[in-house]
Design a protein. Structure first.
Length: 324
């Protein structure tokens, strides 16, 4: 008996560029397994889209949202999940995630198994839960405070894991596809070695739910996801994906020594506020805005998107996900 119902057909959207789908034979087997699982869960044969071109996948997701799809199953990494979440936000359409990317951080946050076979089983056996997302805006300003850009409008994106300014954004920009293919999730560490010698702080005003804090920071991160490396590194104070808040991590100071100490402290802390050492600040807020004294790189879900100010807000329980 079908467990999910809805007016539209179910969809399966796969990103063939995902690191765990590079082998064509394996990709075909995964697609077939997911097709059977979705059909068992919905009682309807899914429409399968392999997004060789990003616009093809985006068009399919737009159609799924407009038609009220019974379910959308995505096979890919955090970028593919974000594209789906952007279109399904607020629709109530269940999203099934089959993690096939490099990091798969949002899948880990939701509790989806990292093994593809187990994630496929979850499509038929799991339950639904409404999880938080984030929305981020960013841009550079001229001397008069106007946004610089071809349309003079800020960038804007939904994010599923995190948005940040500073070292992490520089790291994302430096991490190439070759790093990811060769080293997997550890590719970010390899790329990071080349960035450490350029580690410099920046003066900024960080507004936490509107309250300003003048700081010298190396990194400001607004996180919706709960694991930095799935199953390996996670904050000691867990991030709750159901609480309608973003967890903000600020690494304070200047240079490699301060950055290393501050990052370790921020991850290991249980308390909120500025630490006694002055190396880190942690907060849980609905909104955060960062204005830097000099242009700083900005990243969204691992993609370097530009530089300038950024502001993020929590979107409480806005995406329905199939979880254990």
């Amino acid at each position: 008996m079908a467990r999910f119902g809805g007016p539209g057909d179910p969809f399966v959207v796969a990103n063939p560029r995902a690191s765990r789908l590079q082998d064509a034979d394996r990709r075909d087997r995964v697609l077939d397994d997911v097709r059977r699982a979705v059909e068992a869960a919905t009682g309807r044969a899914p429409r399968i889209v392999v997004g060789e071109d990003l616009t093809v996948a985006e068009a399919a997701l737009d159609e799924a949202a407009a038609d009220g799809a019974t379910m959308v199953a995505v096979i890919g990494g955090d970028g593919t999940v974000r594209d789906a979440a952007t279109r399904l936000t607020g629709t109530g359409i269940p999203l099934a995630i089959v993690p096939a990317g490099t990091a798969n951080l949002f899948a880990a946050t939701a509790g989806v198994p990292m093994r593809i076979a187990h994630a496929v089983d979850l499509i038929a056996d799991g339950r639904t839960a409404d999880l938080d997302l984030g929305r981020v805006r960013w841009g550079a300003l001229d001397e008069d405070g106007n946004v610089i850009g071809p349309d003079r409008l800020p960038g804007e994106r939904i994010f599923v894991v995190a948005a940040g300014m500073g070292f992490d954004a520089a790291l994302m920009a430096a991490t190439t596809g070759a790093h990811k293919r060769r080293f997997g999730r550890y590719g970010y560490f390899v790329a990071g070695l080349g960035q450490l010698r350029r580690l410099r702080g920046f003066d900024c005003v960080v507004r936490l739910d509107g309250e300003p804090h003048e700081l010298r920071a190396l990194q400001v991160l607004a996180a919706n996801g709960g694991e930095l490396i799935p199953g390996i590194v996670r904050p000691r104070r867990r991030i709750n994906p159901h609480d309608g808040l973003l967890d903000v991590f600020v690494v304070l100071g200047d240079g490699l020594v301060a950055g290393t100490a501050g990052a370790l402290e921020a991850i290991g802390r249980r308390d909120l506020g500025r630490s006694r050492s002055g190396r880190s600040l942690r907060a849980r807020v609905r909104t955060v805005r960062v204005d830097a004294s000099s242009p700083q790189p900005v990243e969204v879900d691992g993609d370097a998107v530009g530089q300038g100010w950024f502001e993020a807000e929590a979107l409480a329980r806005s995406i329905r996900v199939i979880v254990p």
